[in-house]
Design a protein around this ligand. Structure first.
Ligand code: FES
Length: 172
């Protein structure tokens, strides 16, 4: 615009138009609405794709069930004692506790804090992690005190014809 308010018409187009020339008549314009629609459809497509991948991934994931493990005859475990055993897999340890009232509990032996092995402390009737003084209720596996944020993994037990079996749970 000039000072008088009239539009200044250039006799020659600026040089940059030669370098970055655009043939506007031959160009396909994309309106804001079309671009927004494209973004919306792309987002929906990605969401559907992600959901399908997640669904297929969880559908084909094999569910590993532990082989039941015979631990011994019930009378082999005096009240107030504990015993470590490999369950649910080789190299993973669980801890069986026979309480003073004759009932049993078992837990994955790995502390949920940083993975140290817990042991049974019969005097206080708790499971203790020696690494950072984590304490767990021997009857429930719940945290009593210390840094662990969750309890121990419970091993499911069954008594079959006077024999004690680990049948599920445990692990890390
Ligand atoms: S590893 Fe058990 S309390 Fe830290």
């Amino acid at each position: 615009m000039t000072k008088s308010g009239k539009k200044k018409i250039l006799k020659h187009p600026p040089h940059w138009k030669d370098d970055f020339s655009v043939d506007w008549d031959a160009t396909d314009y994309v309106s804001r609405r079309e671009f927004t629609r494209f973004l919306g459809l792309s987002s929906v497509g990605m969401a559907v794709g992600t959901t399908l991948i997640a669904g297929v991934g969880s559908a084909v994931k094999p569910v590993r069930e532990a082989e039941p493990l015979r631990l011994g005859r019930v009378e082999d475990f005096p009240p107030g004692t504990s015993k470590a055993f490999e369950f649910p897999e080789k190299g993973q340890y669980s801890l069986l506790v026979r309480h003073e009232d004759g009932s049993f509990s078992a837990y994955g032996q790995k502390c949920p804090h940083l993975g140290c092995a817990v042991y049974y402390e019969p005097h206080d009737r708790v499971l203790e992690c020696p690494c950072h003084e984590g304490f767990f209720d021997a009857k429930t596996g719940d945290v009593i005190s210390g840094p662990p944020q969750r309890g121990l993994n419970v091993v499911e037990l069954e008594v079959r014809d006077g024999e004690l079996w680990a049948v599920g749970g445990g692990g890390h």
